[in-house]
Write a protein of this length. Structure first.
Length: 632
């Protein structure tokens, strides 16, 4: 081996030069507009809540804890009540959602709310000496909770790093998305506090601390390392302290030891692993080499965790977990209850999914669609309909019940039992859903600059993407999920040649594409169809994605299955009728009606209407059936 080449690989590269990433990148939210369809309505309802909620109420616990006046504001209920152990976990979600709202929609009031909130948090943090807290600390509960945590004396159910992570993630978004130096400074203070706090523990003590849910601490610190160049090495080192060996080691070795673990405690650790991997790889991309010298352990953790979760712990509608926990590998049929599919887990799985797909887009990109097939399924059937369309403030359900005769917004009492409210819920899932519903455009398109310009089209959503650096504008028109295909018009072809790759989902049967009305050609499902390179304004790609009924059997019991039409999970409409057992469905009896996505079938000897699960609101539904016969 030539000596310089050898040194190139082993010498830590110098920092702070721009990164020529070999990977695909997401567009900024401001580059993609949603034009119609299901998503804008969700977005509008959440934005109405973001602009209505009273900031002083959200600041109550912070101000009280940091010994400032609460300005006469009323305290909140639910998980933000002054007596709730990890209160102030919600506020970071609001910061992210306000920042996303401003970037996505240009609403100045969202920016003002985010900036004012950060200014109020900065005052709390600045009062730490008077409040008796260490420099940088910021939360709605006393710092002594962390002393108890470090000594393993904290009451079970209290998760202080979980809440602190949320505030840090919100501040990071206000810095990144709105350019707020104030948010950056408060965040640096908090990160310095985490560095000092964790730096005095032995690695065995730290591992013990990691036995308590800590959210995405590894994730937020790795992301902070990416954007905070002067402190990159510091924050990356602190991120690595959140490598929880008991969970990561089996996954790194390819073992699924998830059974019995609290699900949403784990997923953020995997996102953190993927992001620490990227930060370590970036140092080599700066040298202009696509050769991956990121740490393979972290990539293996993230990849293996995704495989295990998506293929062995996920219900037909894309959600996972029962009573918030992973059950045995492939155990599905025995866990169809009111408390299935916690929304947070899917919010986090979708983050992990886009990160892992991105990591697969190097020069040897495999080109399969399984990442975005899952993304589409879970977004459409789980997260979009987790919001109540009858709520002007976009209130959400914590679980998506999968018991026979389940109903959205009717969960077990311990999980809220109902839809969220303005001030008396503040559940974890309410927080993640205000984020989801203000970034609905973030994964429709990606772009890539290595090997020539490339526009990726993952999701079928009526929208416009503007690739500003290249002067390219592409409009997508589709009736999906009601219709079966999409059309892309290159409204502005820009100044350079570029390719377009469109996902042809695995569920598509006999997919066809054509350009400018020319002859249709068949394309393989489960791959990306590629088009390019020379475009003129007005060029048009038509994609036909025919669907058929599919059976999604429980992994552990072939006789228990859900029915889907392409990516659209179907559910039986039972009105207010309670079901005491899983109905038997005669598969051969399913017939399409005149309405798109509506079918009828015989279940338990009676005719039942099957409709799209994403529209199953305000009635009892059934998703999993005891099936007999065959789909015709
Ligand atoms: C969402 O809000 C915008 C701005 O008020 C409005 O133009 C649009 O029609 C709304 N869309 C839906 C689907 O509610
Ligand atoms: C691309 O990523 C795959 C794993 O996703 C890896 O095996 C391969 O070595 C990478 N190729 C390059 C050229 O970096």
């Amino acid at each position: 081996m030539h000596l310089t080449f050898f040194l190139l690989l082993l010498t830590p590269p110098s920092l702070a030069e721009p990164i020529a990433s070999p990977l695909a990148s997401p567009f900024p939210l401001s580059s993609v507009s949603l034009t119609s369809g299901l998503l804008p309505a969700n977005q509008n309802r959440t934005v109405a809540y973001l602009l209505d909620v009273a900031p002083d109420r959200l600041l109550y616990n912070f101000r009280l804890n940091h010994k400032l006046s609460t300005l006469g504001a009323a305290p909140n209920g639910g998980w933000d009540a002054p007596s709730f152990p990890f209160r102030t976990h919600m506020q970071g979600h609001f910061l992210t959602a306000w920042a996303q709202c401003h970037v996505a929609l240009g609403l100045a009031e969202c920016r003002t709310r985010a900036e004012n909130f950060v200014a109020a948090l900065a005052k709390c943090q600045a009062n730490n000496a008077a409040a008796g807290f260490a420099a940088g600390y910021l939360s709605g509960f006393p710092e002594s909770d962390f002393d108890l945590l470090d000594r393993r004396q904290l009451k079970s159910g209290n998760v202080p790093y979980y809440a602190v992570h949320k505030t840090m993630a919100g501040l990071l978004d206000v810095w990144r998305l709105l350019g707020s130096a104030a948010a950056r400074d408060v965040l640096r203070g908090m990160a310095g506090w985490v560095e000092a706090r964790t730096g005095r523990l032995s690695s065995a003590q730290m591992q013990a601390v990691l036995g308590t849910e800590f959210g995405g601490m590894g994730d937020v610190l790795a992301e902070l390392a990416q954007v905070d160049a002067p402190n990159r090495a510091r924050w990356l080192a602190v991120a690595r302290r959140f490598d929880h060996a008991a969970v990561m080691d089996p996954l790194a070795a390819g073992r699924d030891a998830l059974s019995g673990l609290h699900a949403n405690t784990q997923v953020p650790k995997w996102i953190g692993a993927a992001r620490v991997y990227v930060v370590t790889a970036e140092d080599y991309w700066r040298l202009g080499t696509p050769y991956y010298t990121g740490e393979d352990r972290y990539r293996a953790v993230a990849v293996n965790a995704w495989e295990a979760t998506v293929h062995h712990h996920t219900y037909a509608m894309g959600g996972n977990s029962q009573a918030e926990h992973f059950r045995a590998r492939d155990a599905i049929s025995g866990f169809l209850s009111k408390d299935t599919a916690e929304a947070c887990n899917t919010y986090n799985m979708l983050k992990l999914t886009r990160d892992l797909w991105t990591l697969s887009t190097n020069t040897t990109a495999p080109g399969g669609t399984e990442h975005f097939d899952y993304y589409e399924l879970a977004l459409l059937n789980h997260l979009i309909p987790a919001q109540n369309p009858a709520s002007a403030h976009g209130h959400i359900t914590y679980f998506t019940p999968l018991n026979p005769g389940g109903r959205r917004g009717v969960g077990p009492a311990w999980g809220g039992g109902t839809w969220s409210t303005d001030y008396d819920s503040f559940w974890c899932c309410q927080g993640t859903q205000i984020e989801t519903n203000t970034k609905l455009m973030d994964s429709i398109y990606f772009y890539q600059e290595s090997n020539g310009a490339l526009l990726w089209v993952h999701l079928f959503v009526p929208s416009v993407v503007r690739w500003e650096a290249r002067g390219i504008v592409v409009r997508q028109t589709t009736a999906f999920p009601a219709g079966d295909g999409t059309e892309l018009v290159v409204e502005k072809a820009g100044t350079t040649a570029f390719r377009i790759k469109v996902r042809i989902p695995a569920w598509a049967v006999g997919a066809e594409v054509s350009v400018n009305g020319g002859p249709a050609s068949g394309v393989k499902s489960g791959t990306y169809a590629e088009f390019g390179m020379e475009w003129k304004d007005g060029d048009r790609i038509s994609v036909k994605l025919p669907r058929r009924l599919r059976l999604v059997a429980a992994n552990d019991k072939p006789g228990v299955a859900a029915v889907a039409y392409g990516p659209v999970v179907l559910s039986g409409k039972y009105g207010d009728t309670a079901l005491t057992a899983m109905p038997g469905l005669a598969l051969g009896s399913i017939k399409a009606t005149q309405k798109p996505l509506e079918f009828t079938a015989q279940a338990d000897g009676k005719t039942v209407t099957l409709g799209p699960f994403h529209e199953a609101h305000g009635h009892n539904y059934n998703v999993y059936w005891a099936v007999s016969g065959q789909l015709s």
